[in-house]
Design a protein around this ligand. Structure first.
Ligand SMILES: [Zn+2]
Length: 740
């Protein structure tokens, strides 16, 4: 769902992890201690590494190519029979690897366009825009009659005619700038460019400002010719191409709009459409820059304010005048339709009570070669690798679930309904949720996760070979981040000889893919990762097999690397004796978030209204307890190893202590959620991570606190921080249970 571009990766200073950088080829030459894996005994590390090597030898470029070809043969929008066919393909493939897999269906509200929308200029003459993506002769699937017309998911039907105002990105500061010019969008149609925020936010802000319709277009400066050659010459968006996508108010709640917090299964009461608070009330329509040009060029009114100019070759005006009006007609067919998740299961050794969950969506706006089926391909290849290990007698310590979600593009529907149906069980058993959505659109690795998994991600990327450079994925990621980092940001330590200790930065999770229900509703530690690149055909008819073989990953080597990495992370979580979660990093990150927020509060004269000292203490206590658990976890793993052969009382005590530690580590993230939820959006329960109201996809850490500071509300700021402090105390309490 979310466009992946990892161009903003930064470096932070960090300590070197347990392992120094090594490629898989140098593994054998490492000393025994260099082989140690976090959470494994030395002996366990050796057998784990050997098993991982067996696993990583399985994913192959030829079979990856074949999966992607099959999955992208036809457009497969959620709920269509072509989508169902991909579900059956995924299920049957996984079964052939010897892993049980089942379809799991839900009945959810999904709109399709009844017919292509009308966007018409009503000026001195009438001119209807094409609102259609052109056939590209080189790309055989681009002529398919099954490609869904350009539309925005969950736009209502509507037929409006009004003057049009150019609102730049369509965010609150843009409307402020327009107000200063004396331009009002009330009763008018807004035209916004894509970028800087999730499109649902643009719909919400347009609605709040009284617009009666919204057109969103792809400006060439964002993902068109200003970035480089356009398709089919280059990977960027061509003139007739537009971006489909949902305008659901994801920041309110994701999933089926009619069953917030509950699964869409028989017997569950549904809201009426008018009652759903995550749906926009104004028609929204995406168009291309080819079409947008014909609308923007004749616009009058004031010349654009600073920051409004895009990449079309004329001075943008904001419009709003009566001489240029637009007729927008959107006709949607809203129905309850079936969607199909696939859930496969590798049973763990320690019974059924600990789950490591891998997830990727399968539904696509069109062919979905990058988004999401590069991820589906990686999952199938990882499953094939697991299948080989199972044949060799492997049984993981913890259960591994492989989930192929449906309906993600409309609003994380399949994953949310499933997470809501199994909420209690997931809260009890969920160890981690590992997401890959658009796994491959290039060679640039990037990741976002909760801080407790930073070391795990860095460690695993050290053991995967980057296909292009032959270095480890980690080394390549770190080198690239260092290059892209502005000189001014380098501290003395980094410009000196210690530059190698700078760690590649892992981002914060906001929303925009299927980790949201797991992390932000249930409190399950989550990550999202993949290889990004120059990807200008996002949510268009050209996100196709041809695009992938021409630009994204012609050799399929990065699909193989994605499968290797994803499976390696899952195996380490599933097989580790002591769970490799580090809450010391988590504490440091929360401290950083809080320090940032305090700066904002000072600027706004709000620092006296909340209990900053209480929060600092809560962070300190959490960090201290996390440090204790981290030390005890490492010692206990060694103790288990030392006493293992004798299998005496000390051994049993060490095992019991390790179980306590693992349970505490499992419960810590859960304790950061609050059943009351966030202010005005009870579905979102995590006190540290949520998508912002106006950032959409991007995370707004310490969400309610930050929002209160934004709103300059002293009362809300105090209450929000009190809740965060309470969550920190709960988490500290859970960690302290690791002590016997
Ligand atoms: Zn996606």
């Amino acid at each position: 769902m979310k466009p992946r571009r990892f161009i903003t990766l930064l470096l932070v200073l960090g300590t070197v992890g347990l392992l120094s950088p090594l490629s898989i080829h140098s593994v054998r030459s490492q000393t025994a201690s260099g082989l140690a894996l976090d959470g494994f005994t030395l002996r366990g590390s050796i057998s784990q590494r050997s098993r991982e090597e067996q696993f990583r030898a399985v994913p192959g470029a030829d079979s990856a190519r074949e999966h992607l070809r099959r999955l992208t043969a036809e457009p497969h929008v959620a709920g269509t029979k072509e989508d169902y066919a991909t579900a059956v393909y995924v299920r049957d493939q996984i079964r052939t690897y010897g892993i049980p897999a089942e379809l799991k269906e839900y009945d959810v509200l999904l709109p399709y366009p009844k017919q292509p929308s009308v966007v018409e200029i009503v000026g001195r003459r009438r001119e209807r825009l094409s609102v259609k993506e052109a056939v590209v002769p080189e790309d055989s699937t681009s002529s398919s009659s099954k490609i869904i017309p350009l539309f925005n998911g969950y736009s209502p039907s509507g037929d409006v005619t009004a003057p049009v105002v150019y609102v730049n990105y369509g965010l609150p500061p843009d409307y402020e700038a327009l107000k200063k010019l004396g331009v009002d969008v009330k009763g008018k149609i807004a035209i916004a460019r894509y970028g800087n925020s999730f499109r649902g936010v643009k719909a919400k802000v347009a609605e709040e400002n009284g617009a009666i319709g919204l057109i969103i277009y792809s400006d060439p400066s964002d993902d068109g010719y200003m970035q480089g050659d356009v398709y089919p010459i280059g990977p960027w968006r061509p003139e007739s191409s537009a971006q489909r996508g949902s305008v659901q108010y994801l920041f309110q709640y994701p999933g089926d709009p009619l069953t917030p917090g509950k699964p869409s299964i028989p017997g569950v009461a549904r809201l009426k459409i008018e009652e759903a608070t995550d749906l926009t009330r104004i028609p929204v329509q995406p168009i291309s820059y080819g079409d947008a040009r014909r609308l923007l060029e004749p616009m009058r009114g004031p010349v654009r304010p600073r920051g409004f100019q895009g990449g079309l070759p004329f001075a943008y005006h904001v419009g709003g005048t009566d001489d240029l009006r637009v007729h927008l007609k959107v006709e949607m067919d809203y129905q309850i339709r079936k969607i199909w998740n696939v859930v496969a299961r590798i049973e763990g050794n320690e019974g059924r009570d600990r789950w490591v969950i891998m997830g990727n969506h399968r539904d696509a706006w069109t062919f979905g070669a990058v988004d999401p089926n590069s991820g589906t391909t990686a999952m199938l290849e990882a499953a094939r690798g697991f299948g080989q290990l199972l044949k060799n007698g492997w049984k993981p310590r913890r259960t591994i679930l492989l989930c192929s979600w449906d309906g993600e593009e409309y609003g994380l529907i399949g994953s949310t309904e499933w997470a809501e149906e199994y909420a209690d069980e997931l809260r009890e058993k969920g160890v981690a949720y590992l997401n890959m959505d658009a796994a491959v659109s290039g060679a640039n690795f990037g990741a976002s996760s909760v801080p407790s998994m930073w070391k795990l991600i860095r460690g695993a990327t050290r053991d995967i070979r980057d296909p292009k450079t032959g270095k480890s994925v980690y080394q390549q990621w770190q080198d690239r981040s260092r290059e892209s980092r502005p000189e001014a940001e380098l501290t003395d330590a980094q410009t000196g000889s210690d530059v190698d200790i700078a760690e590649a930065r892992i981002g914060a999770l906001g929303s925009g893919s299927d980790y949201t229900p797991f992390l932000q509703h249930l409190g399950i530690p989550s990550l999202d990762m993949g290889f990004g690149g120059d990807y200008g055909v996002y949510h268009s008819a050209y996100d196709s097999f041809h695009w992938m073989t021409r630009f994204g990953d012609p050799t399929f080597a990065y699909h193989v690397a994605a499968a290797q990495l994803w499976g390696t992370v899952a195996m380490r979580l599933a097989d580790a004796h002591g769970l490799p979660f580090d809450y010391v990093d988590y504490g440091a990150q929360i401290k950083e978030f809080f320090t940032e927020s305090v700066k904002t509060a000072r600027r706004r004269n709000l620092s006296a209204v909340f209990d900053g000292k209480g929060m600092s203490e809560a962070i300190e206590n959490f960090a201290r307890e996390a440090g204790r658990v981290e030390k005890s976890r490492q010692e206990t793993v060694l103790e288990v190893e030392r006493t293992r052969v004798e299998a005496n009382d000390s051994y049993r005590r060490a095992e019991a202590r390790l179980k306590l530690i693992n349970d505490a580590l499992l419960g810590t993230e859960r304790a950061l959620t609050d059943v009351r939820g966030l202010r005005g959006r009870p579905w979102y329960r995590h006190q540290i991570y949520a998508p912002g109201f106006y950032t959409g996809y991007a995370a707004q850490p310490l969400p309610d606190f930050r929002q209160a500071l934004e709103d300059r509300s002293a009362g809300n700021a105090k209450e929000a921080l009190d809740r965060i402090v309470a969550a920190m105390k709960r988490a500290t309490e859970v960690l302290s249970k690791a002590r016997d």
